[in-house]
Design a protein around this ligand. Sequence first.
Ligand SMILES: C[S@@+](CC[C@H](N)C(=O)[O-])C[C@H]1O[C@@H](n2cnc3c(N)ncnc32)[C@H](O)[C@@H]1O
Length: 272
Amino acid sequence: MESNAYLLGTAIPELQRLELQNELWSSQTEALWNAAGFGPGQHILELGCGPGFSSLALAQRVGETGKVLGWDRSQGFLDHLAARAEESGLPWLETFQGDVLSSQNPALEGSMDGVFSRWLLCWMKRPMDAIETAHKALRKGGKIVLFDYFHYRSLDLLPHNDAFRHGLQAVENAWYAAEGNPDVGTILPNLVEEAGFEIEHCKLITRYAKAEDPLWQWPMSFFPGFMRQLAVDNYLTTQEAEDFLAAFRASEKHPNGLFLAPPMLELVAVKR
Ligand SMILES: C[S@@+](CC[C@H](N)C(=O)[O-])C[C@H]1O[C@@H](n2cnc3c(N)ncnc32)[C@H](O)[C@@H]1O
């Protein structure tokens, strides 16, 4: 594992999971960019871009007169993004390797039209630092666009099952132990206002899936590997991890089985 990897790692399986996750959430993401007015010719910074599936889409959106900078602390993820940008003929998409919290930032002061960040702030001990970085990088009138977890415990599975709730608590425990916050969306509106932004759009996205729906693949691409890892790390026993996964198989077979995705916060705010 890369030494500075986040809790879920930066190896190929996580990269593939992020690709699937991007596909499953791309229509919500594109709609949010529309709400923010992201479009041709703009300069957009993506904070915590990971392997950059959204940065590639942003680069298509701004076109050759625009610019996209994908910033992440994983060099492995950024190498993937740079290769994909080259293959796709998108030289106006560039990468920057570094921790959003470090002082070695690219010189962007007041130059960006937009900053986008999805599923980064939930991994940060001090999300305000990233919001302040965004504020500095934006010109007046520029927009910050955030998309992140709002209330993880609202994730649910039908029929209800105690082993499922127990396993979900273990996921939250590991998340907090990694100094992240699975409910970061609950504090983001206050943080962006404190940083000097004015909120233009703020909404919760709730989704659900039956086993035959594409979104069902989202928890399936995450929980089997992660629950077994949590058992290795002693957040729960191997049996508890297997019982959690069995609850998904039971739900999959049940005629009224349902997965309720955790609500996401989407927010657009303008720098005045
Ligand atoms: C869940 S992934 C999300 C990737 C991408 N935003 C997406 O929507 O697919 C979280 C990303 O945040 C990055 N990350 C976490 N903490 C960071 C930090 N302090 N500075 C820079 N990147 C960070 C990780 O390396 C990882 O690529």
